[in-house]
Structure formats: C-alpha cells, structure tokens
Write a protein that binds this ligand. Structure first.
Ligand code: FES
Length: 142
C-alpha cells in the first residue's frame, strides 16, 4: 500500500493531508516577529581613523559597522554609534546621513540619529553608545 492508498483507506484526501502538513510546518516559522533585540553590552573599543579600514568615518555622512555596532559621522560632523541590529527582527541597519536616520531594508523601520523609533514596525529604540574622539582615535563604549 503506497501513501495515496493509505490516506484513501483512512479517509483523508491528498489535498487535506497537504493542508495539514502546511499547518504543522508553519508553526514557529516566523520566530523573530515580535522580538526586541538589544545591542551588545560591555562595549569598549577604539578605532584608528588613520587606517584605510576606517576611512569612511572621515567624511560627514560616512559610516561603518564594527563589533555589531554602527559608527557614523553625521552630516554635521558628530560621531554617533548605535547597535547594528534592527530591533524588529535583527536585520542589519544602514545609516542614511542625508535623512539623519538609521534604516532597515528588511521591513522599512527607521530610527533617528539618537536611536529613537521613527517608523514602525520596530517598536523598541536602539541601544546607543558613547563616542569620544581623541586626536585620530575614536573610542566607542557603553
Ligand atoms: S527587521 Fe523588520 S523592520 Fe527591521
């Protein structure tokens, strides 16, 4: 007896069996839908702005990601740092200097330069880190 014959024998059509399978496998298929995601804790590192790897931070509006944190230089020339992960479903954010925001390309959430939710679906603000520039060394810390 094959699968079709078995299902027929117990009174379940192949279509009904497929629907049951889909219902069963859809459970938990959207694991991060309502999670808030916090940024790293205990952060303390320094970037050397003279190295080419960090040159994006020399231009106003430039940014880079390091240690799961986005470090950006605003169009006004200030250094800011926030968690890299979107608080909606953990997707990596980008910095958009001209719009003065951090943006998630996954579902369109946006956050101000202070890490405050500007556009949903995210409902939790970003973790913000301190920055201190000493000469050409930029320290990012909790
Ligand atoms: S992951 Fe959904 S808006 Fe960022």
């Amino acid at each position: 007896m094959d699968r079709k014959e078995f299902l027929s024998a117990i009174g379940v059509s192949a279509a009904a069996f497929t629907v049951m399978n889909c219902l069963a496998c859809s459970k938990g298929s959207n694991p991060g839908s309502s999670n808030s995601v916090n940024g790293p804790t205990g952060v303390d590192f320094t970037l050397d702005l003279t190295t080419s790897a960090n040159s994006a931070l020399l231009a106003n509006g430039g940014y880079l990601a390091q240690n799961n944190i986005i470090i950006a230089k605003t169009t006004a020339g200030a250094y800011i740092a926030v968690q890299q992960s979107c608080t909606h479903e953990n997707y990596p954010l980008v910095y958009q200097g001209n719009s003065k925001q951090f943006y998630c390309n996954n579902h369109g959430s946006a956050f101000t330069e202070a890490g405050v939710v500007k556009n949903s679906p995210a409902s939790h603000n970003l973790t913000v880190y301190n920055t201190t520039l000493t000469g050409t060394s930029l320290r990012i810390y909790s």
